[in-house]
Design a protein around this ligand. Structure first.
Ligand SMILES: [Zn+2]
Length: 256
């Protein structure tokens, strides 16, 4: 059983933690963005089995739970991995930024934690394209969450809330979904989670009456957006036991 401690940083009313008004008139709160990604992570994880999860933040956003309480909860839970979702600031309305993944300052390159950090960062960048312009997006810092948690811990800064290039992107639902999907893929791989569909499929294959969808049906579903895009589409089709290559070829044919 893979145990995940998942944290949406801050609370709705934590002072200062919000998008820059000149870019986002609503001054969207950081917790709202953090929590939205965490909620999608929970949703996408529910497609898998073999894990248990606790949220370390107040999921209503009302209380900014002290960091000590959050890490203590993760430690008591005996989590295998600690994932904290944040959004960054410090660009002051200029352009640039991007996703940053942070681990504790003493973490060695090539260690379990460093591999988590690298995998999460790379998968999110490939899914969202929010690479930004930071010289070192894989950072080591002395932050409470990554220091006090007893398990591998990564704090993700999912783009800047005061960047003219990042902020419009991170405000979108699509960005939250892609980021969460990328994270869940890494969690599933590293946590050894099984797709629930995969189990269903085994039963299905065993039953002679089971019917798989034809390539043509699948291609039409793909075009309707039911299988996502890019890597997500590939992974989902493969997990469902279909040939991505065949389906994509038919999609291309239909769209020609
Ligand atoms: Zn934060």
């Amino acid at each position: 059983m893979f145990k995940l401690a998942l944290n949406a940083g801050h609370g709705m009313n934590t002072p200062g933690k919000r998008c820059l008004k000149t870019i986002d008139n609503n001054e969207t709160r950081e917790w709202a963005l953090n929590s939205r990604i965490c909620n999608y992570i929970e949703k996408y994880l529910s497609e898998y089995e073999g894990y248990s999860l606790i949220r370390l933040d107040d999921t209503s956003g009302k209380t900014d739970i002290p960091l000590k309480t959050r890490t203590a909860k993760a430690n008591n839970f005996g989590a295998d991995f600690y994932l904290s979702i944040h959004h960054n600031a410090g660009i002051n309305g200029r352009s640039g930024g991007g996703v940053i993944a942070i681990v504790y300052k003493t973490i060695k390159d090539g260690s379990t934690t460093a591999l988590w950090q690298k995998a999460l960062y790379e998968r999110i960048i490939s899914a969202t394209g929010l690479k930004g312009n930071r010289s070192n997006p894989l950072q080591k810092q002395d932050l409470h969450e990554v220091r006090e948690s007893k398990m591998p811990a990564v704090l993700l800064e999912c783009g800047f809330m005061d960047s003219s290039t990042d902020t419009p992107v991170i405000l979108t639902e699509a960005f939250a979904q892609k980021t969460a999907r990328a994270i869940v893929e890494v969690l599933a791989e590293k946590g050894g989670l099984k797709k629930k569909d995969a189990t269903a499929k085994t039963t299905e294959t065993a039953a002679p009456t089971a019917r798989k969808k034809t390539v043509d049906e699948l291609a039409r579903e793909v075009i309707r957006g039911l299988w996502g895009n890019g890597n997500e589409r590939k992974t989902r089709l493969c997990n469902a036991g279909y040939s991505y290559r065949e389906v994509q070829a038919r999609v291309n044919q239909l769209l020609r």
